[in-house]
Design a protein around this ligand. Sequence first.
Ligand code: TYD
Ligand code: MG
Length: 457
Amino acid sequence: MAKVKSSFVCSNCEYTTAKWMGRCTSCKEWNTFQEVMDQPRSSRAQRAAASLSTDDRPQKLSEISLEGGGEVRVRTGIGEFDNVLGGGLVSGSLTLIGGDPGVGKSTLLLMALDHFSQRGLDVLYVSGEESTRQIKLRAERLGIEGQHLHLLSHSDFTHIETVARRLRPRVLVIDSVQTVHMPHVDSLPGSVTQVRELAHKAMLLAKQSTTAILLVGHVTKSGNLAGPKVLEHYVDTVLQFEGDGRTALRILRALKNRFGPAGELGVFEMVDQGLREVKDASARLLHERIPEAPGTSVLATMEGTRALLAEVQALVGKPTPSTPARTCVGVDRNRVLMLAAVLEKAGLAVHERDLFVNATGGMRLDDPAADLAILCAIASSLLDRPLPDDTLLLGEVGLVGEIRAVPQPERRLREAARHGFRRAIVPPGVARSVQLQGIELLPARRVQDAIRLLFAR
Ligand code: TYD
Ligand code: MG
């Protein structure tokens, strides 16, 4: 018998080597290598893969007709979910939805399947981790009857595939990639080899049967889709379901989407009856804010094509003789350290004090336009003076304290005006180019200008 060769694949970045390594030379992560058996591809498998394309010969772009083709979309009926998908699920597509255990992935998908079922479309929910009784109990809680919702508790993908080919559901959910396995693959469920093979087979099934398939993936501690990180290349769409574990707020994000804009975002709230859509996310994010307290500021961030108002909080402690704490939640720590240094240069030193910065509501603020709001929240806490509650802060801050332009200022400012903000401190370019009713734009060229506008009273 021919010797089966193996190689080692990094589960974080998919770097492949012949020898095991403790640390990946490509992404520098530790303990990410898993052994993968190289399976010789039969010529039949190669033929099957080739027959996937409609035409083996290359075609001229101008000769390709879109008539009668295009994507067929089915709406989930959950507005926020449909928006994130770019207008509903595409038939024959493969979607990966990742998130921490308990964030609400199963709940969201069961609710979406219920909407299809109510419209008379057959759908199949397969769980490798819960019994049909457990799923039924959850469905009862959610008030789901499910005339056309079929349940299957099974962990063998070949069986799931047989069932799906017979039932031909419009939508198939596999919950989760870590608990469903390929019986002929000789490695543990959830390993790189397993999930990769599963994704490959699921993709073939989706394309051949026009069923829209959703794979659920649990997230590891490091925040990567476990093992499934390697899945991101294989699937059409990658969704991430986030929550901070403290609040009921949940955010669904499209990290990748072959059928719509990536970066779109949907907001939900976990209540007793399941997940409720949050239509006005800005209002929800700001409703617990105490504007008269020092150390809070508001900015408008872009999430996909949507502008969202968010609150940043800072707490600056008394000078401490030991190493001061620097704790950041929902904002990048290095960014905060840089802003603290810029603030110090502008005359407000925090270097001997504990510093805590938090984006409320479980938000993750990666938008550089949040810089000015973070900096001013720190200044406000340090000076123990609140910021004017009707003032929005918008701008990226550079190392020499300059306030730089931000993309899509008009959308952001419109959202602020809609929520009652009457003034905004903005980069000078924005003040010149944007004019909006109901909101006064105050230009600030440097950090010092912003601080003067806010605190010179
Ligand atoms: P679940 O969908 O099982 O999460 P995941 O599939 O991502 O692991 O959600 C589990 C949590 O949601 C659990 O802690 C209970 C809570 N929950 C509610 O608060 N209300 C509900 O109606 C349901 C069904 C769950
Ligand atoms: Mg689940």
